[in-house]
Design a protein around this ligand. Structure first.
Ligand SMILES: [Fe+2]
Ligand SMILES: [Fe+2]
Length: 200
């Protein structure tokens, strides 16, 4: 794959503008990984406590207000609400319970001079599983299917449905940024630190 193709593929995967990616990289590429994890966990909390319940409630209200003939849209929204209410929460839990603590430990060990403390036991063993989940989440959220759902909602002559279309669009944008911070900044930096520790 040429660098151009790689750039194109990555840009499409997250659908962030080059400028937006640059801003995120400038902000997080050189800060402590523990600070980035704090930021990501705060975003998880916000999604769990506020954004997701509101979105799920809005989906429920929109489904009730859809014209009877919108059977496909109704079924797409029901599938989406199951995905948002279960798969994403399970993913957050996996990150918070295993991967993030491991990255925090690895960074701590790497800050110590070689031989200063017992060998670091933390490992990025759960990274592949988390990355697979990212691929599935990104495939679902950034599919043309969801884009169609958002566009259809905007066309329904009802304010609740239009509001849901706008909310889903904003939510997808937030997830894109979140996934970019994890896949393109946090995980690669953690892998480099782990390799550095192994080669000591
Ligand atoms: Fe996350
Ligand atoms: Fe994630």
């Amino acid at each position: 794959m040429t660098p151009d193709q790689h750039e194109h593929q990555t840009a499409c995967r997250f659908c962030l503008s080059a400028e937006h990616r640059k801003v995120l990289e400038q902000e997080w590429l050189y800060k402590k990984l523990a600070d980035l994890i704090d930021f990501l966990e705060e975003a998880h909390r916000e999604l769990r406590a506020k954004t997701m319940p509101q979105t799920l409630e809005l989906i429920q209200r929109a489904v009730e207000r859809l014209p009877r003939a919108e059977t496909k849209l109704r079924s797409a929204l029901k599938t989406l609400s199951i995905f948002l209410g279960t798969d994403i929460f399970e993913h957050f839990e996996g990150e918070e319970k295993s991967l993030f603590p491991a990255i925090r430990s690895i960074e701590k060990c790497a800050e110590e001079p070689p031989g200063a403390s017992p060998r670091c036991e933390a490992s990025l063993g759960s990274l592949h599983k988390i990355q697979d989940q990212h691929n599935q989440i990104l495939d679902t959220l950034f599919s043309s299917h969801l884009e169609n759902t958002i566009n259809r909602l905007r066309d329904v002559p009802d304010e609740t449905c239009k509001t849901l279309g706008a909310e889903l669009s904003r939510f997808v944008g937030d997830v894109r940024q979140h996934a970019f911070l994890e896949d393109e900044i946090l995980f690669p930096r953690a892998v480099v630190l782990e390799q550095r520790l192994k080669s000591r």
